[in-house]
Unconditional design. Structure first.
Length: 288
């Protein structure tokens, strides 16, 4: 029977492939039904074979072409240009639209942190608008050709950034850099008026004073040299052993805290060591 079965089998082509069809099936309705099912299943599988190739494998041509275009391509060239200007991260864009105040505050805060000047934390104890104060310090420093860190250090040494600071030793020195009564008079004001000024207003007088000393004694060369302009301008451009104040003078008594080695003299060397110890960052900064 097996031999007769194989001898009556023939090849039939379907969908471009050859399949074996028993001959006795083609001679009956049942055989024709089976043949229809077999050919149909082969065509069905061939269609999905094409789809599989289109989605990733093989060299078969896709059964259809997609007309979907990326959202970034627009019919309006202006809109496309605006889209290209937006951040790549959509979340950032949506936050700008939905929470502008929060983002602006954070952005300003981050910028302030990156640009904070030396000793700005100390300044915040007395100055409300620290950012504005720092900006004005930078402007004054640029005009005087003094690193802003040096200006911050000098103000810290003289008043700890308290615009109402007064020398309790009796000199009458007042304000951010301890303006003396005679110095205030030269600037057409008084120490009482200076004491009423806020830090931002006093910076105008800081500039006026330091600019006048620069015109009289030359450009500022270091933190120590700039501090001497505030403390004792005549000492500028002298060597380290130069004496500013000595016992038993009243000026020495008013400034005896500057006598680092307690030898009864305040010298440039004492000032230089003090600046280096208190303000190491500003001490090492050179002109930009």
């Amino acid at each position: 029977m097996m031999k007769n079965y194989r001898s009556e089998t023939r090849l039939t082509r379907s969908g471009g492939n050859y399949v074996f069809i028993p001959a006795f099936f083609t001679k009956s309705v049942r055989g024709l039904g089976f043949l229809a099912i077999l050919v149909g299943s082969h065509v069905f599988s061939h269609y999905f074979y094409q789809r599989d190739d289109a989605l990733g494998g093989g060299n078969a041509k896709p059964a259809y072409e997609s007309t979907y275009m990326p959202a970034s391509i627009s019919s309006s060239s202006d809109y496309a240009f605006e889209e290209n200007k937006q951040p790549q991260t959509e979340i950032a864009y949506s936050e700008v639209v939905e929470k502008p105040n929060v983002l602006i505050t954070n952005a300003n805060h981050a910028t302030a942190e990156r640009s904070s000047l030396y000793l700005s934390d100390q300044a915040s104890s007395y100055i409300h608008d620290v950012n504005g104060f720092q900006q004005k310090i930078k402007e004054v420093g640029k005009l005087l050709d003094i690193p802003p860190e040096c200006l911050m250090s000098i103000i810290s040494a003289e008043s700890s950034f308290n615009p109402q600071a007064v020398n309790h030793a009796g000199s009458g020195a007042t304000g951010l850099i301890q303006f003396m009564p005679a110095t205030a008079a030269d600037m057409n004001t008084t120490v009482s008026q200076i004491k009423q000024m806020d830090a931002m207003r006093q910076l105008d007088y800081v500039y006026h004073y330091l600019n006048k000393v620069r015109q009289g004694y030359g450009e500022y060369t270091s933190l120590t040299d700039t501090y001497l302009a505030v403390l004792y301008p005549k000492a500028r451009q002298n060597d380290l052993c130069y004496t500013l104040f000595s016992k038993p003078s009243k000026k020495y008594i008013q400034n005896k805290g500057l006598d680092s080695n307690k030898d009864g003299r305040v010298t440039i060397s004492d000032i230089d060591k003090r600046m280096q110890r208190l303000f190491p960052v500003a001490y090492t900064i050179t002109k930009r």
